[in-house]
Design a protein around this ligand. Structure first.
Ligand code: ZN
Ligand code: MN
Length: 133
């Protein structure tokens, strides 16, 4: 019974992630899941998120802002973090697998994946930039 309930929660967590593209933190997923499962704990949501990561069904993003974020899109793609509002968005760039070959040649290692995070100011924050005083 317990296992069944947990997998229903896991299903719901995955659905929540698939429906949004803002790369939510565990806290945000928790707030959303609680609407359906009022008794769920943050720890359970964390465990299920990490299990989904291990299963390769979602990916975890560590953007350097001290928060783990989650993404239902597991195909390789790159991210942009706005330093002003903290938004994390997908970059419309093609994956660059050749970068891995360059690293392999330069360092003699075997690369199996890579991530790129870019940082700056998002279009929305650029639009509402405060005038200089
Ligand atoms: Zn912004
Ligand atoms: Mn993404």
């Amino acid at each position: 019974m317990k296992t069944l309930k947990y997998s229903r929660q896991r299903e719901s967590i995955k659905k929540c992630l698939m429906a949004r593209h803002d790369h939510p933190t565990a806290d945000v997923v928790y707030a959303s899941i609680r609407e359906e499962f009022p008794n769920v704990s943050l720890g359970t949501v964390y465990r299920n998120l990490n299990l989904l990561v291990e299963l390769g069904e979602i990916q975890k993003l560590t953007c350097g802002d001290g928060k783990d974020r989650f993404d239902a899109v597991v195909a390789p793609h790159y991210h942009f973090l706005c330093r002003k509002c903290g938004a994390v968005m997908d970059l419309p760039l093609k994956p660059m697998p050749e970068t891995e070959r360059y690293a392999e040649e330069a360092a003699g290692v075997k690369v199996d994946s890579h991530m790129i995070y870019m940082y700056g100011t998002c279009t929305e924050c650029l639009g509402k930039a405060e005038p200089d005083h």
